[in-house]
Design a protein around this ligand. Structure first.
Ligand SMILES: [Zn+2]
Ligand SMILES: [Zn+2]
Length: 344
């Protein structure tokens, strides 16, 4: 099969012919229809905590059709089923696995990390981690389930309530899906802070009730002033969806007494905070990572019923042969939000 391979840091991905995957017991093989490019994939090709191994196939936002059902597979999977899948294959026997919290499984294989990912014609998926798509759901739309699941998981652990006042820092794909779910679950104010005008526009389409242009020099104080002007009070929950040093401290300064900060952005550098400011306000800093099976199922169901719309986020679809170029282009910010790779 054809696949885009990560060679080494500083080199673009290379489309090459590699061996087709064969399923282990309990696994399925998916013919990939589309695979989204994620910030995590870009991180994996840079020097850092999450750098991929040379020769790895990246990509974890894949959807497609089952072409092979491995022996001992859970469920009634049939060749031809249209599916999406959580990008890991867990052991299925530990306590977290029993609760559908596969990401917590200590013996899981992760796509694009220690198992080949979806920038390829075929990928193996776990029979427990795979979800059937409703017939009416387009594959391109379903390719957004993974970033949607990151958003719903963050909103769930944040304990967003009907009537909550929300501030979201950053309108990248995760900031946008977080805004969508805050709106869906009845937040009163969903204010997104974003510098880039095209992203600000997208945030309005995806559920933000207002967008703030942060003033970099004036920092936290200005952001809070702008927020209160719009929302009439400070935020109950702040989602940090950028992952750049300095932002967590800014959130701590903005957050009112007893409120919650949810870091969702991936920051791989040391980042100084002044704990005292959090201490005196008894702040709750709740990190959010990945998703459970229920998060995935909810996203699939809500998309299938047409109760949420992610179409504004899909800005480009490129064939696998053009993936290396599109992938490099994403290193510089542009109008693009979610770029999907289509497989031959
Ligand atoms: Zn992703
Ligand atoms: Zn397990």
């Amino acid at each position: 099969m054809k696949a885009a391979i990560f060679k080494e840091v500083g080199q673009p991905l290379a489309v090459e012919n590699v061996e087709d995957p064969t399923p282990e017991p309990g696994e399925l093989v998916m013919k990939v229809g589309f695979c989204g490019i994620c910030g995590t994939d870009l991180h994996a090709t840079r020097e850092g905590l999450t750098t991929a191994c040379c020769g790895q196939i990246l990509g974890h936002e894949y959807v497609g059709e089952i072409v092979e059902v491995g022996r001992e597979a859970d469920g009634n999977w049939q060749v031809g089923d249209r599916v999406c899948a959580m990008p890991f294959i867990a052991c299925g026997n530990c306590l977290p696995c029993a609760a559908g919290r596969f990401f917590e499984c200590e013996s899981k294989k992760v796509s694009g990390v220690d198992d080949p990912g979806g920038f390829a014609e075929y990928v193996t998926t776990g029979s427990r981690e795979t979800l059937l798509l409703p017939d009416n759901l387009e594959l391109t739309t379903a390719a957004l389930v993974e970033p949607l699941a990151v958003g719903i998981h963050a909103v769930r652990v944040a304990n967003v309530k009907a009537g909550s006042r929300i501030l979201i820092i950053g309108a990248g794909p995760i900031g946008l899906t977080t805004a969508l779910w805050c709106n869906f679950f009845g937040a009163r104010e969903v204010v997104v802070s974003e510098l880039a005008e095209t992203r600000a526009q997208l945030a309005r389409q995806m559920g933000a009730t207002a967008v703030i242009q942060p003033n970099i020099e004036k920092g936290a104080e200005d952001l809070l002033e702008q927020y209160i002007d719009i929302a009439g009070g400070p935020p109950d929950v702040i989602f940090e969806c950028v992952g750049a040093p300095g932002l967590l401290q800014q959130c701590i300064e903005i957050a009112p007494y007893g409120s919650r900060i949810v870091p969702v952005g991936v920051c791989e550098q040391p980042d100084a905070i002044m704990p005292f400011f959090g201490l005196v306000k008894e702040l709750n800093i709740q990190f959010a990572m990945a998703y459970t099976k229920d998060d995935f199922e909810t996203c699939v169901a809500m998309l299938g019923e047409g109760r949420i719309d992610v179409s504004p986020m899909i800005t480009d679809v490129v064939p696998l042969d053009e993936l290396p170029e599109a992938f490099e282009a994403l290193r510089t910010p542009s109008h693009q939000c979610k770029v999907l790779t289509s497989m031959p």
